[in-house]
Write a protein that binds this ligand. Structure first.
Ligand code: GLU
Length: 445
């Protein structure tokens, strides 16, 4: 039998100074521990010990030259967490905050998220402490080439398929793919999020943002509610926030905030026109990591150093980075009458925030369910690459909608409580866990 606190104490001893990994593991283990203790097969297979240990971790040096001719050194990583149900799959993050512990948390989460998508994908994550902020395109190109020169040894279309994440968008994926092809001479589906001219899928750039809104739409329908007329706070201004703002607008809601490390924008008119969406993309591509210029351009308000969670909204979508919405933020949102918080960044809310939101019976969805649309369309990109045939926008969008609906159903099935409240955290963890755990048991240790 497993006991939560002693299991977590041992996990922490084995993984010192990795607080995000421990936080993510605690959330999953506490959701599934009863299921495990009730199942002799899981106990015999030591499933919790095995599922919390990555299969392997690659760490490597990335040397590159900046525009002034100075040699720069960064750390590169690929965490291959679990391939029980399919090839390792998950993004690459380029951000100054990247550490091994952070990537282990992301690879662990990815394992359950990918399982929820219904597609055969294992979990992985990688990246570097390289920050694209303030770098020229030529520097980013040189960094990407150097990074891929090492990474290509460990990946392949049937073994491990990286994609984008924070700091890695279509530009970086293009540079990385170019270098992979230069070294290996192969046109394969080794990366997803590729450009449309070289094997990318339609809707992949928008998929995470679209998917989170489809998921939210299902949550609202379950409560007999609708997205129409909802006032929404979004954080971030990158690829995910961009897709979310577009789909929310299409569904009849109004997005009033976006944010960056410098503060947040309040746009009472709504982040709701093609011009504003195009400007978000331009801001991201400027490599400056600030949102303030949006306020100047569109006459919106800017609150320096603040987070959007102090605004009075019906729904909140953290779309930037882990732990960006804490217990205090949750209290403010609850006080202001928030009805739904849909975590769109990976572990965007602290455990404390999640507890407060659930206690107040706010509809809360965890990232591994709500943001799974991105990796789901990556899975569809892999299928298109394998059959050497591109699909239409309608086909991909319909499949994405169906996948988000089925993830929602899985969460409801495993997470509905006696009073009818849906514990989406528990539901997503149990549903995602079962498939991976069963596959591991069936394949033997
Ligand atoms: N980085 C995204 C995620 O967190 C997408 C991963 C992928 O497409 O492989 O799910």
């Amino acid at each position: 039998m497993y006991e939560l606190e002693s299991f977590m104490a041992e996990l922490e001893r084995k993984n010192p100074a990795q607080p995000e990994f421990i936080e993510a593991a605690r959330e999953v283990v506490s959701s599934v521990i009863d299921v495990v203790n009730d199942n002799p097969k899981y106990l015999k297979n030591k499933i919790l010990d095995r599922i919390t240990e990555p299969d392997r971790v690659y760490m490597f040096k990335v040397e590159w030259e900046d525009d002034e001719g100075n040699i720069q050194v960064n750390k590169g990583y690929r965490v291959q967490f679990n391939n029980a149900i399919g090839p390792y799959k998950g993004g690459l993050r380029f951000h100054a905050s990247v550490t091994l512990g952070g990537l282990k948390f992301l690879g662990f989460e990815q394992t359950f998220k990918n399982s929820l998508t219904t597609l055969p994908m294992g979990g992985g994550k990688g990246g570097s402490d390289f920050s694209p902020k303030g770098k020229s395109d030529a520097e980013i190109l040189r960094f990407c080439r150097s990074f891929m020169t090492e990474l290509q040894k460990y990946i392949g279309p049937d073994t491990d398929v990286p994609a984008g994440d924070v700091g890695v968008g279509s530009r970086e994926i293009g540079f990385l793919y170019g270098q992979y092809k230069r070294i290996r001479g192969e046109n394969t589906g080794v990366l997803t999020g590729k450009g449309l001219t070289f094997g990318g899928s339609v809707i992949r750039p928008e998929a995470t943002g679209f998917g989170t809104m489809y998921f939210a739409d299902n949550m609202l329908k379950k409560r007999g509610d609708t997205m129409k007329g909802k006032r929404i706070a979004i954080s971030g201004f990158g690829n995910v926030a961009w897709g979310a703002a577009m789909k929310a607008t299409e569904l009849g809601a109004k997005v009033v905030t976006i944010s960056g490390p410098d503060g947040y924008i309040l746009d009472e008119e709504g982040v709701s026109t093609s011009e504003k969406w195009a400007y978000m993309v331009a801001l991201r591509n400027s490599n400056n990591d600030v949102v303030k210029p949006y306020a100047e351009k569109f006459g919106a308000k800017f609150f320096p150093g603040k987070k959007p969670w102090e605004e009075k909204v019906d729904m909140a979508f953290p779309c930037a980075i882990q732990n960006e919405l804490n217990g205090d933020d949750a209290e403010k949102l609850i006080k202001n009458g928030v009805k739904y918080v849909v975590e769109t960044s990976n572990m965007g809310c602290t455990l404390d925030a999640v507890e407060k939101l659930q206690k107040a019976r706010v509809g809360f969805a965890p990232g591994k369910a709500a943001n799974a649309g991105g990796v789901a369309v990556s899975g569809l990109e892999m299928t298109q690459n394998a059959e050497h045939l591109p699909w239409t926008k309608e086909e991909v969008d319909n499949k994405l909608k169906d996948i988000m609906k089925s993830i929602h159903e899985a969460c409801v099935k495993e997470g509905e409580e006696e009073d009818g409240y849906i514990n989406y955290v528990k539901g997503a963890n149990i549903a995602g866990f079962r498939k991976v755990a069963d596959a591991m048991c069936d394949q033997g240790y």
